[in-house]
Design a protein. Structure first.
Length: 265
């Protein structure tokens, strides 16, 4: 099986400051931030959280190139979401421009800014924390720290490590079709044909993997032992505390400035 990461504990290819932390702590810190920020749509709370996160990213051990490449989708999605909100968001205040269903007002502008900042504040730390997670370390943490069922954890780990084979299989299928003279025309038809072939190949490989794991005792109903101990110590609690502190600071500043906008209210 192939791995998703070139080095143990760090999928960036470099040793970052976050690589040695338990993946459960990384998931917990990003989840705390996300849960708090989705409760409100205002630019103050999202802006405060994003400012704190950008400062902390300097100590993540990631180069600027790695950071920009891995978070590229977030930087693209945030303005796209903001533009949609700007054009079709809730109308309030002075109308600046209107055309058909499009209505740009003071309210839609403020809501668009808040949407962009909130997407960045939620997405960037999640990506930064996730790219330093090794799948095996994550499985160890989920099984030993969170106490999830071993069969579920190991099955997920096996499936995750097989994802890296999809690209190789796709390339092999493409070369095979071209060698047979049927892969040089009809891009759309070729795509769907290859996708179906890849689906069949994946099902067959998954069935073989499931049989092999079952034969090796991975599905035994007894208490499972783990080859490596997954520890959760002071550093992990510190990361969780940092995530909680940023969330609380963002909420406090938003409430004190009168910008808190509870989405469920």
């Amino acid at each position: 099986m192939t791995t998703l990461a070139p080095g143990r504990g760090d999928s960036t290819g470099t040793r970052s400051a976050l690589a040695g932390l338990n993946p459960v702590a990384k998931l917990g810190a990003s989840l705390v931030l996300a849960l708090v920020l989705v409760l409100t749509i205002d630019w103050v709370s999202a802006g405060v959280a994003l400012a704190c996160e950008l400062v902390l990213f300097l100590w993540a051990g990631l180069t600027l190139r790695v950071f920009l490449v891995r978070t590229a989708l977030v930087w693209i999605a945030a303005p796209a979401a903001g533009l949609t909100t700007l054009l079709y968001g809730q109308a309030a205040g002075v109308v600046h421009w209107s055309f058909g269903l499009v209505l740009v007002t003071d309210g839609s502008i403020e809501l668009a800014v808040a949407t962009v900042l909130r997407v960045l504040a939620i997405g960037l730390p999640a990506v930064v924390l996730f790219i330093t997670i090794d799948p095996t370390d994550l499985a160890d943490g989920l099984g030993q720290v969170v106490k999830l069922p071993a069969r579920f954890v190991l099955g997920g780990l096996a499936g995750l490590r097989m994802v890296g084979l999809f690209l190789d299989d796709w390339r092999a299928l493409e070369l095979a079709r071209r060698a047979r003279g049927i892969g040089d025309s009809g891009a759309i038809r070729r795509f769907f044909n290859q996708a179906f072939a890849l689906l069949v190949l994946s099902i067959r490989r998954g069935s073989k993997l499931a049989t092999a794991m079952e034969a090796r005792g991975f599905g035994a109903p007894i208490q499972r032992t783990w080859a490596r101990e997954s520890t959760f110590g002071a550093r992990e609690y510190g990361l969780m505390a940092i995530g909680l502190a940023i969330a609380l600071l963002a909420v406090t500043v938003s409430v004190m400035t009168g910008h808190w906008n509870f989405v469920l209210a």
